[in-house]
Ligand binder design. Sequence first.
Ligand code: ZN
Length: 246
Amino acid sequence: MQVIYASEPTPGRPNEDYLVAGPGWVVLLDGATAHPDVDPGCAHDPGWLVRRLGGVLAGRLAAEDGAPLDDLLADAIRAVGGMHGECDLGNPDSPSATVAMLRRRGGRLEWLVLADSPVLLDDGEVRVIQDDRVARLPSYTVEAVRAARNSPGGFWVASTRPEAAYEALTGDAPLGGVRRAAVLSDGAARLVERFGLTGWDGLLDLLDRAGPREVIRRTRAAEAGDAEVNGRGKRFDDATAVLVRF
Ligand SMILES: [Zn+2]
């Protein structure tokens, strides 16, 4: 299993994406940028959260004790909750992150996807494992997103509630059939999702042929040339693209 990745922040900002990998596993976390008008009840920023979660998850995955991925994530959320000190863990605006994990175990490839960091698997055809709940909210006001975050019928992210781990998409496939896979933060999926310049199979081919840096370079070029920023979210975003070859 060969892992190749690149991660680049929004120009001029700290990177709130975080990647850890080991022999047989990959974890990508994408911290949600804090809204400037919201009090998160927390002294920490999304970068702090993804580094702590990534560190705890790496430690647990390195132990290779066979625990299910959702249990590992629930344990990590609980453990990082204990590192917050005096912060208000009941605040629904506490920093949060997406999680995408791949792990080789026995003859299987396992995945976990929580919120909008998609995983692509190529086992002859390209499959997309994508949690699109955050894209289907009825409203995107600060109040509506707060009410939907980590609540039934809304969307789930890694923050302070361990039970969010069990809302992730999980599954596995025979490893023998999988040629390659990709793990993407939403900022590295924009060539498909925002700009429509290629499809998922085209993005995976580009990643394989030209490498993760080229995927991000083309994403930045598309963002720079995008005149219609208003109403379409952030102009630039942290972008992390991971290629896994088997
Ligand atoms: Zn905190």
